[in-house]
Design a protein around this ligand. Structure first.
Ligand code: SAH
Length: 346
């Protein structure tokens, strides 16, 4: 029987040092390998030229380096790029590069499929297959950073965890990936340029606050009325708005970091005055801003974006109450790369 070799990037630096020590070699070799793997993005042991051939062969005999493969790159007419990312076990996730005049943002996936069941989201139609490993999340970022340099002549500037999956349902691996992305031993990016977007898992929002994470938090709210939110995001029956509210108060007390609420306004679902009023109330307990996002249809029109007049009503009411609001246009719609469209066709 063939022995399954371990993915070397599942090891911490300390574990790599211990491994070398166990082999009767210098622990420092562990640091060298670690640097090759993360900072230099090595895909094979062979290119680790500061190690002897014997050491490289020994690594080869013990480990594999699982790295992602960008299978298919699609470019939208607005410059957005979507990557179909093949994992070592042949599952596929998607990530997106979103360019603006001044920024390049990577929108990355955290799970294959999703464990939640938001009725308006294409990803929820796939069942959750598995969590992504830290290196699989990290590699998506590296791939987009490379594309940004190649096509836009500048490095990646921002990262949003708004691709496939619910990041907090893959808590440990997402945190590990962000640690590597922000570490000088990895990509050295500022955590302030990273947004983790969640449907809202109160216990884990509190845990992030306790761990004093330094990235930003976005919550996909879509309704501040339990009954309505549960009808479009059924897990809200378990993770109710009052628990969510309490966890967000806790988050703000600990981090002093303003929360962004993502919100789509749909015809006949949350387009009434009472919906905006509930949103205004929800925004009061912690500094926050509202991002009204455009709905990207995923099917036969069960959900329809509200009229411009309704959006204007939201904007006016929020502004009148001193709440910052932005209206976000979708990017990459023609290649199914916009919010909620990932996995629509693949
Ligand atoms: N699970 C996480 C991150 C993935 S979804 C979360 O829920 O936040 C990223 C964002 O896209 C969320 O705000 C989500 O509510 C939104 N979204 C999902 N489907 C959409 C659609 N069809 N049109 C517009 N936005 C959508």
């Amino acid at each position: 029987m063939e022995i399954k070799k371990k993915d070397v990037r599942a090891l911490t630096k300390e574990q790599l040092r211990d491994f070398f020590e166990g082999q009767g070699d210098k622990p420092f070799r562990g640091n060298q390998v670690y640097e090759w793997l993360w900072q230099k993005g090595a895909h094979s042991f062979d290119i680790m030229t500061n190690l002897s051939k014997i050491t490289r062969d020994m690594l080869e005999a013990n480990f594999v380096i699982n790295h992602i493969k960008v299978d298919l790159m699609q470019r939208s007419s607005d410059g957005t790029i979507k990557n179909a990312v093949r994992l070592h076990d042949d599952l596929v996730v998607e990530s997106v590069l979103i360019p603006t005049k001044t920024r390049t943002t990577a929108c990355v996936s955290s799970q294959v499929g999703c464990s939640l069941d938001c009725r308006f989201c294409a990803t929820s139609r796939l069942k959750r297959m598995r969590n992504l490993n830290p290196d699989e999340i990290y590699d998506q970022v590296v791939a987009i950073d490379n594309e940004s340099r190649l096509y836009f002549d500048r490095p990646l500037s921002n990262i949003v965890f708004m691709g496939m999956g619910e990041p907090l349902m893959n808590y440990k691996n997402v945190i590990k990936a962000i640690d590597m992305i922000t570490s000088p031993e990895g990509l050295g990016m500022s955590p302030k340029r990273i947004i983790v977007s969640t449907s809202g898992v109160p216990k884990l929002i509190k845990r992030m606050a306790d761990e004093e994470v330094r990235f930003k938090l976005a919550v996909s709210l879509h309704s501040a009325i339990d009954e309505i939110r549960t009808s479009i995001m059924p897990f809200n029956a378990t993770f109710t708005l009052s628990d969510l509210r309490e966890s967000l108060i806790y988050w703000y007390e600990k981090t002093k970091s303003r929360i962004t609420y993502e919100y789509v306004v749909w015809k006949g679902i949350n387009d009434k005055k009472k919906d905006v009023d509930a949103l205004v109330d929800f925004c009061r307990f912690a500094p926050s801003k509202v991002n009204l996002i455009e709905y990207n249809p995923i099917d036969d029109g069960e959900f329809q974006q509200a009229s411009n007049a309704t959006i204007d009503m939201y904007v006016e009411t929020l502004e009148k109450n001193g709440i910052t609001v932005t209206v976000r246009r979708s990017r990459g719609k023609d290649i199914d790369a916009a919010c909620g469209q990932l996995a629509n066709k693949s």
